[in-house]
Design a protein around this ligand. Structure first.
Ligand code: A3P
Ligand code: MG
Ligand code: MG
Length: 381
């Protein structure tokens, strides 16, 4: 492994990111896929759930814990395999149907989680991050930190606090169970029988984190074409019309807001993450279940993603969405420039070189580590 001196992209001062805003084109879905309870991948919508509002007061997020909590081993490095497979499939389909796969050509490919972290970086540096990078056939692939680092973080949180964190992790998923049904709502008949059926689905819900529905969408930030995969919580109704992303709904839980301090913390940290996570795929609605200390939902509120920046901009504790976008645009341009000077090579074993970018305390800068590792995360395509 050869290491050169890291190259640095300054984050501070944020006044650097005040120029004209880069455009962000409306995200368009290019593929979707599902993971079943065995974590097997299917190029269909079988894991998509449908939004069906939870009832306040009947939503104890502890229900089913811990016996109905089937957790995926997040120590398994899934890399970008599922996403790349879905993109490959979509490319073949587009070539057959339209004779071109132009819409699927991208400068950067990654899961939405990685891009959310970068988009929030100007204001959220509570824990650093490390992202693996490979360039292949002109496209830059970004992949989240390695499982070893995740395990280390888990150990550092300490055993004593772990049981409560585990329970709170469950609360978020259990809210999904109370807020969704497995069939489109327009297939339900109204009446007592349907109510009983819906209640049974919700009461008997098993949290199984192997199951996931994922949407793959194309967009462009400034000059950078993006292709991202995002886990989607639920859809409003089925069908694949023009605005597919607009049908999706993000579900969130959050601590009940009781005083000014809670308001500040919600607006400063939670709304930043909610906005970044939903803005990127163009998911317009976020349904938030506000829960008490015991995990019972006391209030449900729908927040429109596009209204969030206005809600926080002029607060003293606020943040500016345009700084986030300008920062991300410039960071991606910098990354493209830095990586363009590297030979794009695949060695005799077919390995693709891996680099990384990371951000560590005191969060002044993002460092690009141009080493040539062999801990590859890309399958040859
Ligand atoms: P909340 O976000 O309501 O807390 P997502 O909202 O991104 O779809 O994630 C669904 C749930 O997964 C979260 O619900 C949370 O319970 C759990 N979760 C997500 N990321 C997590 C993490 N890094 N650590 C622990 N739990 C996490
Ligand atoms: Mg989710
Ligand atoms: Mg969610």
């Amino acid at each position: 492994m050869s290491r050169a001196l890291p190259r640095t992209f300054m984050v501070q001062p944020l006044s650097r990111f005040s120029g004209p805003l880069p455009g962000y084109t409306r995200p368009a879905e290019v593929a979707s896929y599902s993971h079943d309870k065995h974590r097997q991948l299917h190029h269909d919508d079988r894991a998509l759930a449908y939004y069906h509002a939870a009832r306040v007061g009947e939503t104890d997020l502890n229900t089913g814990y811990p016996d109905r909590y089937i957790k995926r081993d997040d120590g398994v490095d899934e890399r970008l395999d599922g996403l790349c497979e879905a993109i490959q499939q979509a490319k073949q389909r587009k070539l057959q149907e339209h004779g071109t796969d132009e819409r699927l050509l991208a400068d950067v490919v990654c899961f939405r989680g990685v891009m959310t972290r970068l988009l929030c970086a100007p204001y959220d540096c509570s824990d650093g991050f490390s992202i693996r990078i490979s360039k292949y056939k002109g496209t830059i692939y970004l992949c989240g930190e390695t499982p070893e680092e995740k395990r280390e973080a888990e150990r550092m949180r300490g055993d004593r606090r772990y049981p409560m964190m585990d329970r709170m992790g469950y609360w978020g998923y259990r809210f999904e169970g109370y807020s969704t049904i497995p069939v489109p709502p327009d297939q339900l008949d109204r009446g007592q029988e349907e109510d009983t059926r819906v209640r049974k689905w919700k009461d008997d819900y098993v949290v199984d984190t192997h199951q996931e529905y994922c949407s793959v969408f194309a967009s462009r930030l400034g000059q950078t074409r993006l292709l991202m995969g995002a886990e989607v919580d639920c859809g409003k109704n089925p069908g694949k019309g023009e605005d597919v992303m607009g049908r999706y709904v993000e579900l969130k839980t959050s601590k009940l807001i009781k005083n000014d301090r809670d308001v500040r913390s919600f607006e400063r940290y939670k709304l930043l993450k909610f906005w970044a996570q939903c803005f990127l795929p163009g998911i317009p609605r976020i349904v938030v279940g506000f829960r008490d200390e015991a995990g019972v939902v006391r209030k449900i509120q729908t927040i429109q993603t596009m209204e969030i920046p206005r809600m926080v901009r002029h607060q003293s504790h606020g943040w500016d969405a345009s700084v986030c976008l300008k920062f991300l645009d410039e960071l991606l341009m910098w990354l493209k420039t830095e990586l363009s000077s590297l030979p794009e090579e695949v060695d005799m074993d077919g390995d693709i070189p891996v680099h990384s970018i990371s951000m560590k305390a005191p969060f002044q800068s993002v460092e690009l580590d141009l080493y040539t590792g062999r801990d590859g995360f890309l399958l040859r395509q």
